[in-house]
Design a protein around this ligand. Structure first.
Ligand code: PEP
Ligand code: MG
Length: 572
């Protein structure tokens, strides 16, 4: 048995398909003057063939993985179409008198180095694309068949060193039931794709390719990180039992999808998902989410070389709005700075970036940037139920300034004849203790609050949320944090506005119970957590949750509170 990193849960027992990177024997001999034209025409044919293959992959990726993930292959297509690649290889064939395959290999290696040395992380990552496209081109020049994962005759699990973006995009998703790879981590491409496809995956297993043959029976347990090769009958029975158990739990969670998030005494809350791009609404809806409680728009600004313009942003917000068909989406304006950086936005060196020039502070100073985003959000609001939310608000003056900029945008859009929702709701994140303390006054200024417990916790407890060393001090159930959250919910309700939580806290089942007792209206979290929180809510009455909360509010430490809730939860 091999052990790797469990990156996508579930258990699968299936036949293996081993992807071995077979090294092509390149023709490194010098070629004659007369052979040059023939080599160039081999290159041209291979370029055409590769372009056709990649175009098919783009089509498939667009259909199955969405526009965002298809971009990788669009980039492959652009590389193939770029005359620089063709010219560089042709030059080498002519000047160095070498074969098309060897010239391609050399050109690709050189280009890879150029990309690897670039400043931008995004461009450095493109080196993998160059390698991918180079291999395809060489295969086509020498007439080597690439294993076509697009047409598989039986169910398989894929075993590889790592899977390339082309592998995963082109493969037959109905037949591929799991992945196990030798290298990779939680955020590697293979891991992300496995989670998107909801198939079990284990990465970083070390040696696999020499130990597994195509056709072997393999078990992949994406929850524990185990990869079992040709298991004995007793092992097979055990894994089958676990697989059935996992499936049953999954089915149970799926069955919850259609049921309302309502307590046993009829108190209804809203369960929402957090997203970073429009396509992320798909898992939110699939998991029974009824709204988007946080669209972290900074992801639209990342992995690129310049600011997204109004049109690009508008398309993203419109796409999210349309996909949610009228269900609410809270769009948070740019929250950059702190730990999140953009290569093209120079920020000053700061001793304490988390207490520095970030989020709304940047937007209120660089109003052009802010207005571009606000106009895009306003225009997007004509296509669904969008709401706008300002992050990192520390006091009333910032809200008023932000609202004034929003009004300016409305005036400009009106005079340009652009459609938008005149009643667009405006909210703020409560994630700084000063805002929590002033919530009674802030509530008069806005239509809703969303409590950012990730930051509220770090600022209240003075515990850096990124610092592993002190992570045991980071506790959303700390009585001080709970008192602040309760105050915010009570203050919001006194003014009749909706109060939600969009920090990680909302996705913990014990926390959810406490927040329910406090009367929280909306719980926003990563999509996969939604069914688990719904299960808790549907199994308790509001009265009982309030009773539990009141006991917790008398306690002295987060640890006591957690233990108490866990004990209470055993009874349902
Ligand atoms: C938060 O602070 O709780 C939050 C949701 O925002 P982020 O994690 O993006 O800072
Ligand atoms: Mg935050």
């Amino acid at each position: 048995m091999k052990k790797g990193i469990a990156v996508s849960p579930g258990i699968v027992i299936s036949k293996a398909l081993v992807l071995k990177e077979e090294v092509v024997d390149l023709n490194t001999n010098a070629i004659s003057e007369q052979a040059i034209a023939g080599e160039i025409s081999r290159l041209e044919d291979a370029l055409k063939k590769s372009a056709l293959q990649v175009a098919k992959i783009v089509e498939k990726a667009l259909e199955e993985l969405g526009a965002e993930k298809a971009q990788v292959f669009e980039a492959h297509k652009m590389l193939l179409d770029d005359p620089v690649l063709k010219d560089t290889i042709t030059e080498k064939i002519k000047k160095e008198g070498i074969s098309a395959d060897y010239a391609t290999h050399k050109a690709v290696e050189e280009l890879k180095v150029v990309f690897e040395m670039m400043d931008s992380e995004y461009m450095r990552e493109r080196a993998a694309d160059i390698k991918d496209i180079g291999q395809r081109l060489i295969n086509n020049i020498v007439g080597k068949e690439t294993i076509d994962l697009a047409v598989l005759n039986e169910d398989v699990v894929i075993i590889g060193k790592d899977l390339t973006p082309s592998d995963t995009a082109s493969m037959d998703k109905a037949r591929v039931k799991g992945f196990a790879t030798e290298i990779g981590g939680r955020t590697s491409h293979t891991a992300i794709i496995a989670r998107t496809l909801e198939i079990p995956a284990v990465v970083g297993c070390g040696q696999l390719l020499d130990e597994i043959k195509t056709g072997d029976t393999v078990v992949i347990d994406g929850s524990t990180g185990e990869v079992c090769i040709n298991p004995a009958q007793t092992e097979l029975d055990e894994y089958s039992r676990k697989a059935a158990e996992f499936q049953a739990r999954k089915e149970k969670m799926k069955a919850l999808k259609a049921l309302p998030p309502e307590t046993t005494d009829g108190h209804r809350v809203e369960l929402a998902g957090n997203i970073g791009k429009p396509e992320d609404v798909i898992p939110v809806l699939e998991n029974g989410g009824e709204a988007v409680g946080l669209f972290r728009t900074e992801f639209l600004y990342m992995n690129r070389e310049n600011f997204p313009n109004e049109e690009e942003q508008f398309m993203a917000y419109k796409s999210a709005a349309e996909r949610m068909s009228g269900r609410p989406i809270i769009i948070r304006t740019l929250d950059i700075g702190g730990d999140k950086h953009l290569p093209y936005l120079e920020l000053p060196e700061e001793a304490n970036p988390f207490l520095g020039y970030r989020a709304i502070r940047i937007c209120l100073e660089q109003t052009d940037l802010f207005k571009t985003q606000l106009k895009a959000i306003l225009r997007g609001s004509a296509f669904g139920k969008l709401k706008v939310m300002f992050p990192m608000i520390s006091g009333i003056a910032e809200i008023r300034k932000a609202k004034a900029v929003l009004e300016e945008c409305k005036i400009e859009l009106r005079s340009a004849g652009a459609a938008f929702d005149e009643n667009l709701e405006v909210g703020i994140m409560i994630e700084i203790p000063s805002a929590a303390m002033m919530a009674d006054q802030l509530a008069k200024e806005v239509d809703f609050f969303s409590i950012g417990t990730n930051d509220l916790c770090q600022y209240t407890l003075a515990v850096d949320r990124m610092n592993e060393k002190i992570s045991d001090l980071y506790d959303p159930l700390h009585p001080a944090v709970l008192r602040l959250i309760k105050k915010v919910i009570d203050d919001g309700h006194k003014e009749g506005i909706m109060v939600g939580v969009c920090g990680e806290m909302a996705s913990g089942v014990e926390n959810a119970l406490i927040l329910l007792g406090m009367g929280l209206d909306e719980f926003s979290m990563s999509a996969v957590a939604i069914p688990y929180v719904k299960e808790v809510i549907r199994n308790i009455s509001l009265v009982k949750a309030q009773e539990i909360l009141n006991k917790c509010l008398q306690m002295e430490t987060g640890a006591q509170i957690k233990e108490y809730i866990q004990n209470e939860m055993k009874s349902f």
